[in-house]
Design a protein around this ligand. Structure first.
Ligand SMILES: O=C(O)CCC(=O)C(=O)O
Ligand SMILES: [Fe+2]
Length: 239
């Protein structure tokens, strides 16, 4: 029931080899046109529904930035569930190669439901997909979405708002820190319905003597005008 047959061709319309190559080289890459504008508006509209969420976070109270977000409860809305199960297998080969290159033993199963079972065995049973809302002046501080030992090294965020008409500012930002080097920032430009896939915490980079670990963080620059909504899809569950 969570299989959304409309999603598969939209994912496949992207050049997947280039996408995976960019992900490996840069630690982030874009899948464009994953949701249609009506779907983006429908998912955005869920925010103001009273039900379907397990918690509501006001970022300022926690020092996370300014703005708010809500974690979905299980069962996830069908479209969110479908995105989570369909993007995951695309990323498993990269995730498994990264683990190997970083000398980590865990390998990830090809089906997302099998990975969630492993999370559950480790006590991570709470859903992590979330909806975020930013108004004028809001921003999201650089962070890493780690929710326990079980960590799938890649995650996705779908821009639900239209940068042409709904908001200005509010750029998705990634920083990467390499050993003994200064941090580098990358701004990812997205259209409504695009998904950015990026490294949650660490990724391997090839050096002259094998691989070394790059530490990545992501956030959102200040929204200048309007309102910006995103759908965050994290593949591990939370403790
Ligand atoms: O609003 C965004 O673009 C970033 C959201 C975020 O931090 C996430 O999805 O983990
Ligand atoms: Fe995040």
């Amino acid at each position: 029931m969570s299989k959304n047959s409309a999603l598969a061709p939209r994912i496949a319309a992207n050049d997947i080899d280039t996408f995976l190559h960019n992900l490996d080289e840069m630690g982030s890459a874009v899948l464009s046109g994953i949701l249609t504008p009506p779907e983006c508006r429908a998912v955005t509209a869920l925010y103001d529904q009273g039900t379907g969420f397990r918690s509501h976070i006001r970022m300022q109270r926690h020092g996370f930035g300014k703005g708010e977000y809500k974690y979905f409860a299980y069962p996830l809305p069908p479209l969110v569930q479908a995105l989570r199960e369909m993007i995951y297998p695309l990323l498993v080969p990269t995730a498994n190669a990264w683990q190997e290159h970083m000398g980590l033993e865990t390998q990830f199963p090809v089906a997302h439901k099998d990975y969630l079972e492993l999370c559950a065995k480790a006590g991570q049973t709470k859903p992590t997909p979330l909806l975020l809302r930013y108004g004028p002046g809001d921003y999201n501080c650089l962070h890493q979405d780690v929710y326990g030992e079980m960590l799938f090294p890649l995650q996705a965020a779908v821009l639900l708002s239209d940068p042409e008409t709904d908001f200005s500012g509010g750029e998705f930002v990634l920083t990467e820190q390499r050993p003994r080097m200064q941090s580098r920032a990358e701004v990812v430009s997205l259209q409504q319905g695009d998904a950015v896939v990026f490294s949650v915490r660490n990724r391997p980079a090839r050096g002259t003597r094998g691989f070394y670990r790059v530490n990545m963080r992501h956030g959102v620059s200040r929204v200048r005008e309007g309102s910006r909504h995103t759908l965050g899809v994290i593949f591990h569950d939370a403790a």
